[in-house]
Design a protein. Structure first.
Length: 147
């Protein structure tokens, strides 16, 4: 990985779906790391996965080259493939239904605009060091709700 790329490792967790949820994100750049996490009541796993990416990208204060490593195919396929059709159809699915989590997809779409982002899917719970840390952060986010 070249030193000029910000690496973002987001993850979401939910205890019940819907239920209390948490998000966590690990950012890495030039040997430095930043960890963030938070939680929400009455949410879904997909909303927490999206929130983690949004919170990570929101940390970037200037245009960057970014590599996002997510274990969520929903996020990876949504932002890389599905979003183009949703936007053309006015945030409706191919079945003419409203896109779920459109508020978060729109936020993510706006945040990604200034950056060069490559989206990568990684297998979750498979021992990938940084994905495992993001998972721990997301679970800490859930724990903040009962603290």
């Amino acid at each position: 990985m070249t030193q000029d790329i910000v690496e973002i490792y987001p993850d979401g967790a939910c205890k019940g779906n819907p239920g209390p949820g948490g998000w966590g994100v690990l950012l890495r750049f030039k040997g430095r790391e930043k960890e963030l996490f938070g939680g929400e009541q009455g949410t879904t796993n997909n909303r927490m996965e999206l929130t983690a990416v949004i919170e990570g990208l929101a940390q970037l204060k200037r245009p960057c080259k970014v590599a996002v490593y997510t274990d969520s195919q929903y996020v990876q396929k949504g932002i890389s493939e599905w979003i183009h059709g949703w936007k053309k159809r006015g945030w409706k699915t191919a079945a003419k239904e409203p896109v779920k989590n459109a508020d978060l997809w729109q936020k993510l779409d706006a945040l990604q605009a200034g950056h060069q982002i490559s989206w990568h899917w990684v297998k979750g719970h498979a021992g990938h060091e940084f994905n495992e840390r993001a998972d721990q952060l997301a679970n800490r986010g859930v724990e903040t709700l009962s603290a």
